[in-house]
Write a protein that binds this ligand. Structure first.
Ligand code: SAM
Ligand code: SF4
Length: 370
C-alpha cells in the first residue's frame, strides 16, 4: 500500500492536436513553433521512479509511481527516437528521468538507439547511484556522455539534500564513468540556501581538479512539495559572488549556441592560468526561452513543449492504438502540432510576464524529465 504517497497531479493531457493556434500548412518538416524556434534537442524520460528524494524535486515519501504498463517500452522508445531523428530534425538525445539507471533495460535501450543512429549524440543525466557498476556497460552500449547530479561533497549536506546516504556511490560512479570514457562529464548542482550554498567554491575546485565541468542550476519551482520561493532560491548572480571569493570568472568567449548554461572561464584569484570552465543555468533570473531548442517526451509518451507546460500531448495513444496503430507520419504530425503550441516563455522573470503570470506545473521535475 502506498497510502502515504503524494499523488501526481497530472496536467491536462490532450489526445488530439492542441487547440490553440493550429499549425498552418507549410511550417516545415521540423519541430518549429509559432515564435520561430526549432527544437532539435530531444529529452526523453525513461522512468518517473527515483532512489533519491532531493528536496527541490521529490517529497520525502516519494510519489505514486506510474504502473509499468504505462511506461514507454524499449520498442516504443526506439520508434519515437527514430521518428524524431529521421523525420523531425532531432540532432541530439538526452535520456533522463526520474532516475534512468533504475530502468533494468537501460543498457539494451541505448544499444538499440546506437545501432539505429550510429552518429547521434546520446547523453544521460543520472544521480550516479549505482553508476560505478554500470558505467562500462553504458559506454560499451554506445552512450556518448554523462551528466551526474551532485550538489555537495559533504556527507551530512548530501543526506540533508537527497534524504539518502549515497554520496560515496555517486563519487565512485563519476570516477568509473570517466574511466569508461564517458567524458567530458558534467556535474550538475543545485544550491539550497543554508545547506550547500557555502560549498559552491569547494565543489568547483574538486571538479576542476578532476577535469569535470560543473554547472550550477538555479532552483526552479518544480518541486513536488511546492516549497519554492523566489527569496529562498540562490540566484545565478549570488552563485557568481559565492565563487568570486576564491576564483575569477570571465565570460567564455565561445558561442553559447543555444546551450542553457552560460559558461565562464575560471582562474584562481589574481592568476592568469586557466583552470577550466563553469556553467551557470539561470532558468529563473536570466531565462533563455527565446533560444530554447528542446522538445520533451515524458516516461509515458506525452510531448511537453516546455518544462513548465501545463498541457501535454499524448503520443502513446497513437503508438498503442489497438489493432491499427498510427503510422509514423501521424505520430510526427501530432508531435509537430504539440511543438507549434510551445509557449513563448515560462512566465518567470520575463519583461511583460511577471511572476504573477506564472503557475507552477502539476508535474514535479522527476515526473517531467529534467
Ligand atoms: N535523477 C537524475 C538526476 O538527478 O540527475 C535525472 C533527473 S533530474 C530531474 C535532472 C536534473 O534536474 C538534475 O540535475 C537535478 O538536479 C535537476 N533538478 C531537479 N529538480 C530541480 C529543480 N526544482 N530546479 C532545478 N533543477 C532541478
Ligand atoms: Fe531523483 Fe534526480 Fe529528482 Fe533527485 S533530482 S529526486 S535524483 S529525479
Amino acid at each position: 500500500m502506498q497510502t502515504d504517497r503524494v499523488p501526481l497531479g497530472l496536467p491536462a493531457v490532450l489526445a488530439g492536436p492542441p487547440p490553440a493556434a493550429a499549425r498552418p500548412a507549410g511550417t516545415g518538416a521540423g519541430l518549429t513553433d509559432q515564435f520561430g524556434r526549432v527544437a532539435t534537442d530531444m529529452r526523453l524520460s525513461l522512468t518517473d521512479k527515483c532512489n533519491l528524494r532531493c528536496h527541490y524535486c521529490m517529497p520525502a515519501e516519494g510519489l505514486q509511481w506510474l504502473a509499468k504498463d504505462k511506461l514507454l517500452t524499449a520498442a516504443e522508445i526506439a520508434r519515437l527516437v527514430g521518428i524524431g531523428v529521421d523525420r523531425l530534425g532531432v540532432r541530439e538525445l538526452r535520456l533522463t528521468g526520474g532516475e534512468p539507471l533504475v530502468r533494468a533495460d537501460l543498457v539494451d535501450i541505448i544499444a538499440v538507439l546506437r545501432r539505429n543512429h550510429p552518429s547521434l549524440p546520446i547523453s544521460l543525466t543520472t544521480n550516479g547511484v549505482g553508476l560505478a557498476r554500470k558505467a562500462q556497460a553504458l559506454a560499451d552500449a554506445g552512450l556518448t556522455r554523462l551528466n551526474v547530479s551532485m550538489d555537495t561533497l559533504r556527507h551530512d549536506a548530501f543526506v540533508q539534500l537527497t534524504r539518502r546516504p549515497f554520496l560515496d556511490q555517486v563519487l565512485a560512479g563519476i570516477e568509473a564513468a570517466a574511466r569508461a570514457g564517458l567524458g567530458p562529464i558534467k556535474v550538475n548542482a543545485v544550491l539550497m540556501r543554508g545547506i550547500n550554498d557555502g560549498h559552491a567554491a569547494e565543489l568547483l575546485a574538486w571538479c576542476l581538479a578532476g577535469g569535470y565541468e560543473l554547472r550550477f542550476i538555479e532552483q526552479m519551482p518544480l518541486d513536488a512539495d511546492h516549497g519554492w520561493t523566489r527569496e529562498g532560491m540562490i540566484t545565478a548572480a549570488e552563485t557568481r559572488s559565492l565563487l568570486a571569493a576564491d576564483f575569477d570568472l570571465a565570460p567564455d568567449p565561445r558561442a553559447r549556441d543555444g546551450a542553457p548554461a552560460e559558461r565562464f572561464e575560471v582562474r584562481h584569484r589574481g592568476s592568469r592560468a586557466l583552470l577550466g570552465t563553469v556553467g551557470i543555468i539561470a532558468s529563473v533570473t536570466e531565462p533563455f526561452c527565446a533560444d530554447c531548442r528542446r522538445t520533451r517526451i515524458t516516461a509515458e509518451g506525452q510531448v511537453m513543449s516546455c518544462l513548465f507546460s501545463r498541457t501535454e500531448v499524448d503520443l502513446l495513444d497513437l503508438l498503442r492504438a489497438g489493432t491499427t496503430p498510427a503510422d509514423d507520419d501521424a505520430v510526427a504530425d501530432r508531435w509537430r502540432d504539440a511543438m507549434w503550441a510551445k509557449p513563448r516563455a515560462h512566465g518567470m522573470g520575463h519583461p511583460g510576464l511577471g511572476d504573477a503570470d506564472f503557475v507552477q506545473p502539476d508535474r514535479s521535475m522527476s515526473a517531467i524529465g529534467g
